[in-house]
Design a protein around this ligand. Structure first.
Ligand code: KG4
Ligand code: ZN
Length: 390
């Protein structure tokens, strides 16, 4: 079956055409075409996504991307140009209906409904977060195949809007067992980046700075030596912390690490960074790197700690990490350490960690199969900004 998938939940407009085969346990996918448009440059000056602007951009870009994927998928120029005409081989449309920014979601849903009506084919609404979980099935050269996932499976979803631990006692059934009480991990990265004068989205930029500091031993050791020689007053003022032979100028909290539940909170950490920056006054490149490193360590240690706790208490056999923050190098490195003979750990390919329509296509096909190959009545598909698993 050939499927067209649409993703517009935030600031990425994306459309894919996938060839889908097999049943719910052995499905495989081939990407026939994939096109996307990132609005990062447009939103960067606002330091975050501006919803009405995002919607306008989606509406403008969707028809362009549609023509592009139909062409790339090999349906021919005429079909691509007259995409609205019925009569090509697409059998199903998958579209994100939540969670996300409602004006943005509506842009994709409206297109899906129009195409569904014109082409007379079913539509499958998709939960964006399920898309992030299922994004881990990528193989090389645009091919995807379901792996045999052992349950219970735990997914850590970390993006700009979400930080959740999701338990699947059975495959494709979800229960949220922990979530952030305030900012999402990606959001905290973006806000701290802004404090450091880095552009939106800040995650990759902070991560890069932290990684330089982590990797560059000479720079790091030089700094420690310099600080070790500093007077006690300066060291106290700088609020230094010494940990396993390393000396940090900053010490940020590991939020809720001692709480009994599996919830997260990142807004206090963000405030701690703000105070530290205020105290320093003028930030040079080295200070920025140091803050980035300690902030990243605080976020990732917390994510790893809570994930470990959830894995143990639910005796999970599989760990899946998904969402934009899943492309973080240090997070991947630390989570891989949890792998053992009783636990498999899966990440999406780096280019599928962030928002994309391929993961929406995979989720759409599997949901269609689960729904006995029936779509959803178009009139009941509504943008649901706060959609959750339960
Ligand atoms: O899943 P995603 O593309 O969009 C949402 O659904 O939110 O996630 C975007 C988030 C942004 O907050 C971005 O800063 C963060 O993912 N991000 C990262 C990295 N790459 C993207 N955070 C930390 N390290 C990264 N390498
Ligand atoms: Zn996302």
């Amino acid at each position: 079956m050939i499927l067209l998938s649409i993703e517009t939940s935030c600031d990425d407009t994306a459309i894919s055409v996938l060839k889908c085969k097999g049943g719910i346990k052995n499905a495989s996918f081939r990407v026939l075409a994939n096109a996307s448009n990132s609005q990062i440059k447009i939103h960067a000056k606002y330091g975050g996504v501006f919803p009405s602007l995002a919607k306008r951009e989606h509406i403008e870009n969707l028809p362009i991307l549609l023509e592009e994927v139909l062409k790339k998928a090999g349906f021919g120029d005429q079909v691509a140009k007259h995409a609205w005409r019925p009569g090509h081989q697409i059998n199903l449309i998958a579209v994100t209906y939540g969670p996300g920014l409602e004006p943005s979601l509506w842009a994709g849903i409206t297109l899906a409904k129009e195409l569904g009506e014109k082409w007379k084919i079913p539509i499958m609404p998709v939960n964006h977060m399920e898309g992030h979980i299922l994004s881990v099935f990528g193989k090389d050269k645009g091919k995807f195949a379901l792996k045999k996932i052992k349950t219970p499976a735990l997914s850590l979803l970390v993006s700009g809007g979400h930080t959740e631990l999701v338990l699947s006692k059975k495959w494709m059934q979800y229960e949220v067992i922990g979530k952030t009480l305030d900012d999402a991990a990606g959001e905290a990265y973006d806000k701290v980046a802004r404090m450091l004068g880095l552009e939106y989205p800040g995650g990759p930029k902070i991560s890069k700075l932290a990684e330089i500091y982590r990797k560059n031993k000479t720079l790091h050791e030089g700094n420690i030596a310099q600080r070790d020689g500093a007077s006690i007053a300066i060291r106290q003022q700088a609020n230094m912390r010494v940990e396993s032979g390393q000396c940090f100028a900053f010490s940020f909290p590991r939020p809720m690490i001692h709480s009994k539940n599996l919830d997260f909170s990142f807004s206090g950490l963000k405030t701690a960074v703000l105070y530290a920056i205020k105290k320093i006054g003028k930030l040079d490149e080295n200070k920025k790197r140091e803050i980035a490193l300690e902030f990243e360590n605080a976020v990732i240690e917390t994510l790893v700690y809570k994930t470990k706790k959830a894995l143990e208490s639910h005796k999970a056999k599989t760990l899946i990490i998904g969402g934009g923050v899943a492309s973080n190098t240090h997070l991947r490195r630390e989570m891989k350490k949890l792998k053992n003979k009783n636990l498999s750990v899966y990440f999406p390919k780096k280019d599928l960690s962030g928002d994309n329509s391929i993961m929406i296509g995979i989720a759409g096909y599997l949901r269609f199969l689960k729904n006995k190959k029936k779509g959803t009545a178009p009139e009941s598909i509504k943008a649901t900004g706060n959609l959750s698993f339960k």
